[in-house]
Structures are given as structure tokens and as C-alpha cells.
Ligand binder design. Sequence first.
Ligand SMILES: C[S@@+](CC[C@H](N)C(=O)[O-])C[C@H]1O[C@@H](n2cnc3c(N)ncnc32)[C@H](O)[C@@H]1O
Length: 247
Amino acid sequence: MPNTSLSSAYEAASSLVQPSAKKPYSHMARRCEELLHGIEVADADVLEVGTGNGFLAHYLATYRNVRHVVALDEYEGHGSARGNHDMNLAMQKHLNNSDVVDVVRCNFNTYTSDHRFSHVFFVNVLHHMVPSSEPGTSDEATRILRHASGMMKQGGTIIIQETSPINLCPIPKYREEMRNVSFKDKLESSQWRAALMAAGFDHIQLRYRLPLNLPWNPFLRRCFNSYVASLLTDSSYVLQACAASRT
Ligand SMILES: C[S@@+](CC[C@H](N)C(=O)[O-])C[C@H]1O[C@@H](n2cnc3c(N)ncnc32)[C@H](O)[C@@H]1O
């Protein structure tokens, strides 16, 4: 009988990564919940680019009834913690879900698929592919998003989580937690919005993440869903857009 508990799969596989890369299960699950706020994925065909340890992909398979998810990562540096690929495979084995989760080791730039995805996720990965410090940023951002669009169903949804290039969080505890985040390498949401439009996406929506340490509450969500509140917390935002036509 397969063990279907994501938390036990995560705990069992966590020994494969460096201790500094291991976050508590409750944090990982809350992060997925927050990312997926208002996003329906039941029965979806998902591509997750830059999956890292694969937690989101396994969360989608375990709790959100997706039909299929390709958990893609090149695992060649660029934000990749050592051991993440092994951890992803270990969770897949523990959960016995290889019929739903496909772990693919590949650079997204060279990845092609005959499959058309209904949902494509880029969670904290695009800034590794398009650092703000390099020239030609907007063309490169558009090229990557167009590549994603070419693999999507018409009307499919792209979901991007990124961090603003500024952070003004006054709370020492959180500043300490974010000390390894290189904010200056990140693009503003307006730059990703422009790249999404240039790549043929429409119905673009932006929301700022409710801080993960706060309880799920609609009033708090409204209060924290602003640029300024975001800069004073963790500077994370989520962009969602619709693949209008194949490019
Ligand atoms: C900061 S980690 C984010 C991991 C995961 N999405 C998360 O939020 O926990 C960025 C990931 O993107 C991957 N990555 C960077 N550039 C990539 C590319 N061109 N193709 C595939 N994966 C890439 C890295 O290997 C790394 O695992």
C-alpha cells in the first residue's frame, strides 16, 4: 500500500538536501496554498518550470487533483540547492505517483513538448533566467514567456511568483530570514507584465502575497495586497495571465 502522505514523503526525503535548504513542512504547504489562492487546477495538465525539490508538483498531485504535472528543472546551479533532484525523485518514489508527476531534468530553454499544458508555473525561477543586471532583459523575458506560451492550450493560465527588487521589511527576524535574497537582481512586476503582453498573454492579474506567517483571512489579504505593504513584508508578488493565442 503506497504511503500517500506528502508530509512524511517530505520529511523522509529532506535528509538528501543541505540542512540550510530545508524549510519546515508547514511553511512549504502554506507557501503552496498562498500561491494557489484563487487558482483552480483540478484535472489540469501542468508544467512547473524550475521545480527545485518538487514540493509544489507533489502538492498539486497529492492535494489538488491535477491530471498530470511535469516537474522540470535543469539542476545546474542558478538557485538550485544541492540534492534537490534526488529529493524530488525520493518524494516521487515515496508517494508512488510517477503516473501523475513526471520529473524532467532539462533546461527550459531547450525543452519542447507535443503536449499542450493548461497551467504553467514559474515560482521564484524567472529571475535566475533573466537577471535584471544583464543587458537585453525585456527581450529575453519575452522570449522565455513566448516559449512557454507555445506549449500552452489556448486560454491556459501562466502563474509567475517573483520578488520585487526592493525590500524594506523593518522586522529584524524576517530581515535575517531574507538575508540571502538578492533583491537587486529582480524585476518589477511591471516589467514582467510588459513581457507577458509582448508574448501574447492577456487578462493579466497581479496580487501581492499575504505574508505566510499571517492567518488566511480575507480582510488581512485586502490590507496586504498592495505594493507598499508588500515591500514592508517579503516583497513577493504573483502574476497570473491567460494564453490568448499560440505564438
Ligand atoms: C530559487 S529555485 C526555486 C525552486 C522552487 N520553484 C521554489 O520556489 O522553491 C530556482 C530553480 O530554478 C531552476 N532553474 C534556473 N534556470 C533554469 C532553466 N533555464 N531551466 C530549468 N530550471 C532552471 C534552478 O535549477 C532552481 O532549482
